[in-house]
Design a protein around this ligand. Structure first.
Ligand SMILES: [Zn+2]
Ligand SMILES: [Zn+2]
Length: 202
């Protein structure tokens, strides 16, 4: 009888020991999962960075479109300032599609396929923007595209008329090639004025 009580006691002690071990393992697992969660939130932060600076090589674009995008970078105006106009110690990273100034990450926001500075983003959202002109370009002959960007800069600096340029791609399914178009947009009420100004230039 006494021996049976002893066996029961040993069994209880062993069971308790096993419970402690199991609880320990579970706690360890929970901590590991929690740690994973933590490292998971960090890429979430860099996710917004990706949105600001989309990496075209990772996108789902047709490879020919990626080539075109790379080609179009040559057409776009060169970076004139190395530092953000608002933060003289922050390197400028992204160009506002309207004023062409290079801002730091905190001073510029993505909208549609472009980026706009704090001054020009409200302008984009508040007004109706319409197409002024569409030109077909090729990466082999980027001259016309360069001229369009020059004219855009000119009418912004001299006439204070804001415009922006969008790049559109069309896949010609029949002949299996991709066409690139540059589309100049302006506020609805200044479309006619701008068309007059650029008439013989683009
Ligand atoms: Zn701007
Ligand atoms: Zn800044």
């Amino acid at each position: 009888m006494e021996q049976m009580e002893q066996t029961t006691l040993i069994l209880i002690i062993v069971t308790l020991f096993l419970l402690v071990v199991i609880v320990g393992i579970l706690t360890l697992l929970i901590f590991k999962l929690f740690g994973k969660d933590k490292s998971f939130t960090n890429p979430a932060i860099s996710k917004t960075d990706d949105a600001l600076h989309p990496d075209i090589s990772k996108s789902e674009f047709h490879p020919e479109i990626i080539e075109r995008i790379k080609g179009m970078e040559k057409v776009k105006p060169k970076r004139a300032h190395l530092f953000c106009p608002n933060h003289t110690e922050e390197p400028g990273e992204t160009m506002c599609a309207i004023c062409d100034k290079i801002y730091c990450r905190s001073c510029i926001k993505p909208f549609k396929s472009l980026h706009f500075c704090k001054e020009h983003l409200p302008l984009i959202m508040r007004f109706d923007w319409e197409e002024v002109i569409t030109i077909k370009t090729s990466t082999h002959d980027p001259e016309q595209g360069v001229r369009l960007y020059d004219v855009k800069k000119e009418i912004f600096e001299n006439d204070d008329l804001p415009t922006y340029v969008e790049t559109h791609y069309k896949i010609n399914v029949d002949q299996d090639y991709i066409e690139t178009y540059l589309v100049l947009f302006a506020q609805k009420e200044s479309i006619q004025t701008i068309r007059e100004k650029i008439k013989n230039k683009v």
